[in-house]
Design a protein around this ligand. Structure first.
Ligand SMILES: [Zn+2]
Length: 224
């Protein structure tokens, strides 16, 4: 539940920093995506809503590319954390439409302690936080990244992406996922290797079901 003080404070911040469309930067009277972007963005059609990668069902509201790519790169690498709120709202809507009743726990893809220190935040965690605020729940920090591998974004071939993430995640100390149905959140799904490696750890730890949800996913190419 939001306290009145927090609501007032957020309202005050909005006066100083009015909400903007995360894709074009247009100032909005209410947070969210502007009408022009809503019309122009590459939405994933319902008929292609799910992509199954090595048995894991993944979904995303948008395809990766153009303005979506620009916004997600700014969000991930250039401190554009204001995008977390509208993008998290997008994830919440997508999950409500496609995954309603299928999960009871929300988590996110972790980054290494070193990367977290450099960047100052984990973009996937910010998205999960923003989505969960709409459901009045908190995301669980179920996974940790135990190796500081090179970023997936710097590896162009699918085989290299799969090899790069093998064994880099563990269940967080003290966590249990036995029988849980887990929604796993990330910003982008390209090869699906990151989602699958996290899902493998959750599955081996006893999770009953796992679904991947990202803001955007790559259009499928052969070999991915
Ligand atoms: Zn816009």
């Amino acid at each position: 539940m939001k306290s009145r003080a927090v609501t007032l404070w957020n309202g005050f911040l909005d006066l100083l920093f009015p909400p903007k469309c995360p894709f074009c930067g247009a100032v909005r009277t209410r947070p969210g995506i502007c009408g022009d972007c809503a019309d122009a963005l590459p939405w994933v059609p319902d008929g292609e809503a799910f992509r199954t990668v090595r048995g894991l069902s993944c979904t995303a509201p948008l395809f990766y590319g153009g303005a979506v790519r620009d916004t997600l790169l700014k969000f991930k690498f250039h401190g554009y954390v204001a995008a977390a709120e509208p993008l998290g709202a997008l994830l919440a809507t997508c999950a409500a439409e496609r995954l309603s009743g299928l999960f009871d726990t929300v988590t996110y893809v972790p980054i290494s302690r070193e990367r977290r220190r450099q960047r100052g935040y984990n973009q996937a965690q910010l998205l999960a936080d923003a989505a969960c605020r709409r459901w009045d729940v908190r995301p669980q920090a179920l996974l940790v990244k135990v190796m500081d591998n090179p970023p997936q974004s710097g590896i162009s071939d699918a085989a290299g992406r799969w090899a790069n993430v093998a064994g880099v995640y563990r269940l967080a100390p003290g966590q249990s996922v036995s029988g849980r149905r887990v929604l796993l959140i990330d910003d982008i799904c390209t090869s699906g290797a990151t989602f699958c490696e996290c899902a493998r750890v959750l599955h081996e730890s006893g999770a009953a079901a796992i679904y991947g949800l990202s803001v955007a996913r790559a259009r499928e190419k052969s070999g991915q």
